[in-house]
Design a protein. Structure first.
Length: 89
């Protein structure tokens, strides 16, 4: 059965980590007895992980810094300035 990514209850269904059509990969949108929010499982491959794993695999990244940078970019977060508190004193 092929279907585009779609919302089902507290989950997002999609084909795989690369966003292919299908329904074998489940991403938890809210914490439930099935798993933590942000966790995912691909029934076709048996692989599972969290959102950082998803970013790493879908973008082909290796290093954690690259994964964290992509997560910050994707979430449109500003990187914290470690010197901000020191300057305000």
């Amino acid at each position: 059965m092929r279907c585009p990514g779609r919302h089902r209850s507290d989950d997002w269904l999609v084909g795989d980590i690369r966003n292919a059509a299908g329904c074998s990969m489940v991403v938890r949108l809210q914490e439930s007895v099935k798993g933590a929010a942000g966790s995912w499982t691909d029934a076709a491959t048996g692989k599972q992980g969290d959102l950082l794993d998803m970013i790493r695999k879908s973008c082909g990244l290796v290093g954690f810094k690259d994964v964290a940078d992509e997560a910050h970019s994707f979430l449109s977060l500003l990187r914290p300035n470690p010197y901000a508190k020191a300057r305000s004193r």
